[in-house]
Structure formats: structure tokens, C-alpha cells
Design a protein around this ligand. Structure first.
Ligand SMILES: C[S@@+](CC[C@H](N)C(=O)[O-])C[C@H]1O[C@@H](n2cnc3c(N)ncnc32)[C@H](O)[C@@H]1O
Ligand SMILES: [Zn+2]
Length: 303
């Protein structure tokens, strides 16, 4: 029997059913993937507003300010609160291309930017179908305006053959950002995710970050930077710092990028109970018994 709307969800997430699987369970079969994306977008918006108000995104953007980027690619823009902070910190003349595989998030991002007077263009180009192996989420060819202040592109950074050529044709980027990677519930049933044997949020985070390291290597100008914004244990000892740096050096090792800096800011977990996030440990997997939560900024440079 299905739980009541205010009971804990059956999936073990400890979220209320109405904030978790309710909308997916009650959707028609061909609407379930979209329902999963919609639930995620709605939940993430609350967390992102909390981070925006706590200036988490401003702090992340400030870690890039030295590089004075004028053209930024953001991977997994979610509800767009980070894009607003990028504009506030780097200047309103910064050109932003943002991608997300979740169409409902792109719509949220358009509205978030619109409330601040930024007219962003959304490019929806993915279709979803259900096969016996899982959900197929497939992109159409991509062309986007080269001069728009902000383009929001529907794309799965791990599985989109048209993305890299279109980004490269649009010109080099000064910075690529990927902040706080997470994903909606039915993403686990995506055929590509399944084919990679990904069975946890942590494994999925690495999958998306690794694809972004490779993408950044191809679209950054020499001297351009990739910034990974991650949630983790505050690396406040030499051992923990080395552990995180080593993890990113491994991720960067298949590219020409060189890890340059690790900075962190203590972080206040939002109490919304809507989008619980996992911690990304370093290579050792070590999580100390007592630790403080932090947002980490790991910046790599293209030689
Ligand atoms: C936790 S949200 C973070 C959003 C935003 N970066 C922020 O910090 O507020 C993660 C976002 O990454 C997107 N995402 C996850 N995997 C992706 C992929 N393979 N390609 C594109 N976007 C992805 C999700 O749809 C989601 O909107
Ligand atoms: Zn659930």
C-alpha cells in the first residue's frame, strides 16, 4: 500500500512521500521521467535559495574572480541561483552558457534569471522514451546563438554527441563550472547510467564530473579554468587536503588540466529535508569521526 502524502517515502530517502516518489508513482508511464525531473527541480529550488541567501554561490564565484572570466560554461545549472551569483560577482557583461539534463530545472533557471531582469534563452532538445533496458534520453543536433547573454541548453554532459562540437564552434571559454552535482530519482534508470554500472549518488557525481573534466579540456582557452564546487568534509588538516587534491588530480589525469587550488568555506546544511546530498570524500574514502561540513572549490587550469 502506498504511504500517506505526509508519511516517509517508501524508498528510504527519509523525505515525505509528497516531496519524493508520490508524483512519480501517480504519473502515467510515459510521464514518469518528466515527473521525476519536476519533483527534483521543485525540491532543489528551496535548497538553492538557501545557498544563495547564505552567499555560498557568491563565494564559489569569487574563487574565479581573479581569472576575470568573460565567457563561462556552467554544467548542471539547476534552478539558476548559481548563474545569478556568477553575474553578480563577475559582472553582468559575463556571457553564460549553462546546460542541464533536467528540463524542469532549465525552466526554473529561466524564471530565476527573469526575476532579476535577465532574459535567458532555453533550448529544449531532448526526448525520453522507455525501453525494456530503461529510459533513453536522446538529444537532437544543437545550434545556439553565439551572442546571447545567457543560453540554457538541455543536454546530458555524459551522453550528447552534439554538445562538444557546438560549444567549440561557439568559441573558447574562460571558465567552466560544475557546482554541487546531484540528480533526480529516475536518472538511475537511464540506460547510459545503467550501462556504466552506476548505483549510487557518489558514483554518479564522479561520472558527471569526469565528463566535465574532459569537456573543459576541449572548450577552455589556454589559461582558462575549471572549477568543481563540491560538498564535503572541511579539509582543515594536511592529510584531508592532500586526499581531496589527489582525488581531483586523478580525475584531471586523463586531461591536460592541472589542479591549481583547493579552498573551502564552512557550510550550513539547509534544513529543508528535500534534497539530501552525499559527501564527496577524497581518494582514501576517509571521513573523520568529527568533522565540519564545507563547500569546496577545486580549480584546475588549462596550460
Ligand atoms: C544539485 S543540482 C545543482 C545545481 C547548481 N549547480 C547549483 O549549485 O545550485 C545538480 C544539477 O546537475 C544536473 N545534472 C546532473 N547530471 C547531469 C548531466 N549528466 N548533464 C547535465 N546536467 C546534469 C541536475 O539535473 C541538477 O539540476
Ligand atoms: Zn522516494
Amino acid at each position: 500500500m502506498a504511504p500517506g502524502r505526509n508519511d516517509d517515502c517508501w524508498c528510504g530517502s527519509r523525505r515525505k512521500y509528497k516531496h519524493c516518489h508520490y508524483q512519480i508513482d501517480t504519473a502515467a508511464q510515459d510521464q514518469k521521467y518528466a515527473a521525476s525531473q519536476a519533483v527534483y527541480a521543485r525540491n532543489w529550488k528551496g535548497t538553492a535559495q538557501h545557498h544563495f541567501d547564505g552567499r555560498v554561490y557568491h563565494w564559489l564565484a569569487e574563487q574565479l574572480a581573479d581569472a576575470k572570466p568573460k565567457r563561462v560554461l556552467d554544467v548542471g545549472c539547476g534552478s539558476g541561483h548559481g548563474l545569478l551569483a556568477l553575474r553578480e560577482v563577475l559582472g553582468s557583461d559575463v556571457q553564460i552558457v549553462a546546460i542541464d539534463e533536467n528540463r524542469a530545472c532549465l525552466q526554473e533557471a529561466r524564471e530565476t534569471l527573469g526575476r532579476s531582469g535577465v532574459d535567458a534563452q532555453v533550448i529544449n532538445r531532448m526526448a525520453v522514451s522507455r525501453t525494456h533496458e530503461g529510459y533513453n534520453h536522446v538529444a537532437e543536433p544543437l545550434a545556439f546563438p553565439l551572442d546571447a547573454a545567457c543560453s540554457l541548453i538541455e543536454s546530458d554532459v555524459c551522453n550528447d554527441p552534439y554538445l562538444l562540437p557546438a560549444l567549440r564552434a561557439s568559441g573558447p571559454f574562460d571558465a567552466v563550472t560544475i557546482w554541487l552535482t546531484g540528480v533526480h530519482m529516475l536518472r538511475q534508470e537511464n540506460v547510459n547510467v545503467q550501462a556504466h554500472g552506476i548505483d549510487s549518488d557518489g558514483a554518479h557525481r564522479l561520472y558527471v564530473q569526469n565528463a566535465t573534466y574532459e569537456l573543459a579540456d576541449s572548450v577552455l582557452r589556454p589559461g582558462g579554468v575549471l572549477q568543481v564546487g563540491d560538498r564535503g568534509v572541511a579539509p582543515d588538516s594536511p592529510l584531508l587536503r592532500a586526499d581531496v587534491l589527489q582525488a581531483h588530480e586523478q580525475q584531471a589525469s586523463v586531461t591536460s588540466l592541472r589542479v591549481r587550488s583547493l579552498t573551502h568555506r564552512l557550510y550550513d546544511e539547509p534544513n529543508t529535508g528535500r534534497t539530501p546530498m552525499g559527501l564527496t570524500p577524497g581518494t582514501s574514502g576517509l571521513v573523520p569521526v568529527a568533522f565540519q561540513l564545507a563547500v569546496l572549490s577545486i580549480v584546475s587550469e588549462k596550460p
